[in-house]
Structures are given as C-alpha cells and as structure tokens.
Design a protein around this ligand. Structure first.
Ligand SMILES: C[S@@+](CC[C@H](N)C(=O)[O-])C[C@H]1O[C@@H](n2cnc3c(N)ncnc32)[C@H](O)[C@@H]1O
Length: 250
C-alpha cells in the first residue's frame, strides 16, 4: 500500500521543464545539507511513525475548518495519506482545501465517491464508513488490516452510495442526548482508536520498511526545501551537491 517508487520522478513532482529522475538516497545527499541537523532528525523521527495502514477519507464536507481539523489530527497521529471527495456542488472547495492542506500529508482529491472507493479497494483497503445507523461499535472494527475510514458531511452524513459500497459501518457509541459528534471530533476519536489498536498489536503506529522510510524522507526533504525546484537541477549538474554554499533553506 506504500504509494511511492524509487527512483523518484523529480521532474514530474516539481513540474520541471527537463527530465530528472533521482534515487531517494541521491535526493537525501543533495537536499540533506540544505536543512539543519535538527530538522533532518525530526524528519526521520516523524517518518518512523508514519503509516498508510489506515486512511481517513472525508466525503462531501462543507466546512473547510472541519477539513483542516481532520487533516491536522491525521498528521499528528501519523496517518500519511488522506482522501477528500469533493461532492459539494457550487463550493469552490478543492482549490481552497489544497492550499490549506498540511504539507506533510499526502492529500488525494476526488470528484466522485465511486472512483475514490474503487481506487482504495484496488489497493487492498476495506472501506469502513462512520455512520449512525445499523453500525458496529467502533471498538469492534479491526484497524490492524488496511482500512479506509470514511467520514461524512456535517448535516447529511455519508452518502447512500458510500454506504452501499462500504464493507462495514461503525458508530462511536452515543450515551447522551445529542445524536452525533462534530465530524472533526468523530474523526479524532476514531483515528485515536485505530492508532491504539495498531500500537497494541504492532508495538508502534509507524510501519514503513527502511526502504519506504528512505523514500518518504526524500519526499519530505523536497517539501521542506522551498527552493528544491531551482536547487536540484543545478546540484545534479555540479555533481551531487558536495561543497554547496547555498544558505539553509528550511
Ligand atoms: C454531524 S455528523 C452527521 C450526522 C448526520 N445527521 C448523519 O445522520 O450521519 C458528521 C459525520 O461525523 C461522523 N460522526 C459523528 N458522530 C458519529 C458517531 N457517533 N459515530 C460515527 N460517526 C459519527 C460521521 O462521519 C458523520 O457522517
């Protein structure tokens, strides 16, 4: 379920005019010196806690504050990939969401529920919708197998189409008078439960192999060094960035 390859197509990633493909190790050698040692260590530590094992999916959310809150919770708990299905007609959601997205999370955007679900199923994820009707309690869901966890619109919840396509439904038990949680609260509670199960079973939330961690570190370095699109082609031409004198760019 890890989505990146080595070597990395840097030209496509950074929209460069000329072809440029580099291995993760080469990118680390070239861009590593552009950030401080503390920053490098922090990137490595964060990558060590990352997982693609559970993927939060937001369907048709209206409030961009909620979208941002879910992204923030997901990032803070080590979930590296988040999907957003933009089914709100008339809302210029996509562009604004992209701009506000946390730069350390892989945000995939879709215009249709079917396409998103199919892509996730093709990658081996079961689809679990958070839903208030005919649903299993959250704790009975197995989050130690690849799972896409879907959250719905603030008023309407998840779509009927999504409910039909899903493999299972889950509910966070409601013990008070109110009928539902705010979406971002529901997401935080569910993602925390999933993280707890994963830590209990695997000993940690992060589950990337050393090779995958190196690739993700290279991607994070590209995101960290704002001037990477200008720097990388020049550094490659000059031979692996040794003795580079450019200022720290993080
Ligand atoms: C405010 S709720 C939507 C309520 C809507 N009336 C419904 O029937 O689904 C927004 C989203 O938060 C999540 N949610 C809120 N409370 C939940 C709960 N107790 N169990 C599971 N999901 C919940 C679901 O993803 C839901 O689609």
């Amino acid at each position: 379920v890890f989505p990146y390859e080595d070597p990395i197509d840097v030209a496509e990633l950074l929209e460069l005019d000329e072809p440029l493909e580099l291995s993760a190790q080469e990118i680390k050698e070239l861009l590593g010196p552009q950030v401080s040692e503390d920053r490098r260590e922090r990137i490595a530590a964060v990558v060590g806690e990352r997982t693609y094992g559970v993927i939060p999916v937001m369907e048709g959310l209206y409030d961009l504050g909620n979208v941002a809150a879910v992204l923030r919770s997901a990032e803070a708990m080590g979930y590296q990939e988040v999907h957003f299905i933009d089914t709100q007609e008339g809302q210029k959601t996509s562009r604004r969401v992209t701009q506000g997205a946390d730069k350390w999370v892989d945000l995939n955007q879709w215009e249709s529920t079917t396409e998103c679900v199919q892509a996730l199923k093709d990658r081996g994820y079961k689809i679990c919708v958070t839903h208030l009707e005919a649903a299993k309690p959250l704790r009975e869901i197995d989050f130690t197998v690849p799972t896409a966890l879907v959250f719905g619109n603030e008023q309407k919840g998840v779509s009927e189409e999504m409910v039909e396509l899903a493999d299972e439904r889950c509910i966070i038990p409601m013990l008070g008078f109110v009928e539902s949680f705010n979406i971002s609260v529901a997401a935080a509670l569910s993602l925390y439960e999933a993280m707890g199960q994963r830590i209990e079973k695997f000993g940690a939330q992060g589950d990337l192999s050393p090779e995958e961690q190196e690739i993700l570190e290279a991607h994070f370095l590209i995101r960290a060094v704002k001037t990477a699109p200008l720097l990388l082609p020049g550094l490659v031409r000059r031979g692996m960035g040794k003795g580079d004198e450019s200022p720290q760019a993080d």
